[in-house]
Design a protein around this ligand. Structure first.
Ligand code: UDP
Length: 240
């Protein structure tokens, strides 16, 4: 299908893709690989906002399941996203891509606070802006952070690069009959609780008419393919 040309996108990468083939943490070689994909996309003239999760290091829900206070654990998760953002900044800058990290939790020594107008200026100057710490509040995820930044930065689409190649009608890991959608509307995702992004992120994209493109970032060159509307992906958008 033909897609409108994008001028500005938000790319959300799950923390787990930074692990490469490890079970935990950050694999610098794989982060460099991801940075090459981002650079290639940027070299086509796109303005890129990046949001990176923290699940490769810490998830609040996992901490809470082991008896931690949920909000405390969520703050740890947000700090994990800052580590990932710094790792990605390092990899991008090593490839000559200018970047700025803006964090929803202020930490002046390592990055800027989130300031929308300043982020606009960075994009105009050709910098990639990496938004860290999600929305800055517990009980949210970086998916919601990605939807929020996509809306406030007026991105044309939210690309969610993860380890699955789209949205399925049931879990493909447990159901061999699971079918992948090429396109699916926001309300079906919400009503059927399809595993794309959390509901608040999907609703925010729906209300702001931001299409969500779900694709696997694990395959080399896939970001470039999906940006051209090629390759395996699922597009979540409004009906009609
Ligand atoms: N988190 C949060 N508020 C936010 C964003 C993230 O509390 O706005 C915490 C939450 O504990 C979450 C963790 O940070 O589990 C890591 O983010 P996420 O699970 O979204 O990472 P991903 O699954 O994309 O790797």
């Amino acid at each position: 299908m033909s897609q409108p040309p994008f001028k500005r996108i938000l790319l959300k990468l799950s923390g787990e893709v930074l692990m490469g083939n490890q079970q935990f943490g950050i694999d610098p070689e794989f982060v460099a690989e991801l940075a090459r994909e981002v650079k290639a996309a940027k070299d086509t003239g796109l303005e890129i906002c990046l949001v990176i999760g923290g699940g490769n290091i810490f998830r609040g829900m996992a901490g809470a399941a082991k008896g931690m206070d949920r909000a405390q654990a969520d703050y740890m998760g947000m700090l994990a996203t800052v580590m990932n953002a710094l790792a990605m900044q390092n990899a991008l800058e090593q490839q000559g891509v200018h970047t700025r990290v803006q964090s929803a939790i202020e930490m002046d020594q390592v990055c800027e606070p989130v300031i929308r107008r300043r982020a606009e200026r960075h994009l105009e100057k050709g910098r990639v802006v990496i938004f860290a710490a999600g929305v800055g509040s517990p009980y949210f995820t970086t998916d919601s952070g990605a939807a929020l930044r996509a809306a406030e930065m007026k991105c044309d689409a939210l690309f969610k690069g993860t380890s699955v190649d789209g949205v399925y009608d049931s879990d493909p890991k447990t159901n061999p009959e699971a079918k992948r959608y090429d396109t699916v509307d926001y309300n079906t995702v919400l009503a059927e609780d399809l595993k794309v992004m959390d509901a608040s992120a999907v609703a925010l994209c729906r209300d702001n008419k931001i299409p969500i493109v779900v694709f696997s970032i694990r395959e080399k060159g896939n970001l470039a393919r999906v940006l051209k509307g090629e390759g395996v992906q699922t597009i979540v958008r409004g009906e009609g």
